[in-house]
Design a protein around this ligand. Structure first.
Ligand code: SF4
Length: 404
């Protein structure tokens, strides 16, 4: 699962709505996985659309997707596009195929349009030969884990229930040692049952150049693990993130990049953000499924069956058509489409209402604060305090509670 999504400033105005072109193309190169993680939003969540889609993405879908990306990049004169090779487990498609797809896209784009390609894998299928094929094609490799110890990864098992950890850690270590320049980092979902500092330090032992810490899928109707959504306010996820932040922030040297933390600091300093998790910048990522369907971000699948669907596909529709799709257009309108609580919130400029999928409540849709609202406030204010401790002037973005 890769959800580290880039965002950029609006570049044009259409019907009074600021819109940005898509710059991140998440291509499902294989629709199945060799693992069966118990919390997977694709195979264990409420969305079952994967069952009716091809397992292996047909060559015609990949070719048409390349055409559509090239068309979009040319129309918007994009200086770069991000290609995220995703699944299921993308290496089930074969490393050669991923290399061919990436080289094919580069050949179709203008010479001054760069392709930043990354494959997000569970790591179990990484071999020296596959890593070489990917690295030589300019594809960086991100590995998804739940921590850096076997017991952190107990939910990551294959279809026979055998632990994925031995193969995954072997793959991550091989990647770090064999082609470190192709190592994009590790993506881990926060587990508040695990000690935060132990989790962070165990992940550091895998030498990741960057860490993506994701909040688990969840919403008001299906709360994340360990969260109470009524009565007394608790902030288990905010507390967990704050503990890791302090360990990272106070280290004598910068041991790795943690995108969530860097984005929070940047937003507090008044700079733009670059992830889906925080901030108000327009969303610029789109998904192409194995049957060619154009969809919204994968995390929406955790809300309800078909939540990510647009009714569009690469054979009949351009990405320009997808930009005009109402839910996608809405997600480019910043605070205008947020709940009233968010629009009057003291930390709005940093929080941005949280990740879209986390706002869902059955019967009310997405016009709600994030289910992580209290945790986000807790974490953002914690980072604000740490910044204030080291700067003579307070951070540019005020986050104090303005409620009487
Ligand atoms: S902290 Fe809560 S109310 Fe404030 S912007 Fe985030 S989700 Fe909305």
């Amino acid at each position: 699962m890769s959800r580290a999504l880039s965002r950029h400033a609006p570049e044009r105005d259409a019907a009074s709505r600021p819109t940005v072109p898509f710059r991140q193309f998440i291509v499902k190169v294989h629709g199945r996985c060799n693992l069966a993680c118990s919390y997977c939003y694709v195979y264990a969540g409420p969305d079952h659309t994967w069952r009716d889609r091809p397992a292996a993405t047909p060559p015609a879908v990949l070719a048409r997707t390349v055409d559509r990306i090239a068309e979009h990049a040319a129309a918007h004169r994009l200086p770069r596009v991000s290609l995220v090779l995703h699944g299921g487990e993308p290496l089930l498609a074969g490393a050669e195929r991923l290399a061919d797809l990436t080289r094919g896209l580069r050949a179709r784009l203008a010479p001054d349009c760069a392709v930043h390609a990354v494959v997000q894998t569970n790591g179990t299928l990484l071999t020296a030969r596959r890593i070489d094929l990917l690295a030589d094609a300019g594809i960086r490799v991100g590995v998804s884990l739940d921590g850096g110890l076997a017991r952190h990864n107990a939910a990551r098992v294959d279809h026979a229930g055998r632990p994925a950890w031995p193969a995954a850690v072997r793959g991550a270590r091989l990647l770090a040692a064999h082609r470190p320049e192709a190592y994009a980092g590790v993506l881990a979902v926060v587990n508040t049952r695990q000690d935060p500092v132990e989790t962070y330090e165990s992940l550091l032992s895998l030498d990741p150049p960057a860490l993506d810490l994701l909040l688990p899928d969840g919403n008001w109707s299906a709360p994340p693990p360990g969260m109470r959504t009524g009565g007394e306010e608790s902030t288990p996820y905010g507390d967990w993130l704050a503990a890791v932040f302090d360990r990272w922030w106070h280290a004598p040297r910068r041991e790795t990049r943690i995108r969530l933390f860097e984005e929070c600091v940047a937003l507090l300093l008044g700079r733009p953000a670059a992830t889906e998790a925080l901030g108000l910048a327009p969303f610029d990522a789109v998904v192409v499924e194995t049957d060619g369907a154009i969809e919204q971000a994968d995390a929406l699948k955790s809300a309800y069956h078909g939540a990510a669907a647009t009714g569009l596909d690469v054979f009949r529709h351009s990405f320009e058509d997808a930009l005009a799709h109402p839910p996608i257009a809405d997600r480019q309108r910043g605070a205008d489409t947020l709940a009233a609580e968010c629009r009057s919130c003291a930390v709005l400029a940093v929080c941005g209402g949280g990740q879209y999928a986390h706002r869902y409540r059955a019967g009310r849709g997405f016009l709600n604060p994030s289910v992580y609202c209290a945790d986000l406030r807790r974490f953002i204010r914690h980072v604000h305090r740490r910044l204030a401790e080291v700067s003579r002037r307070p951070p540019a973005t005020a986050v104090e509670d303005r409620t009487p």
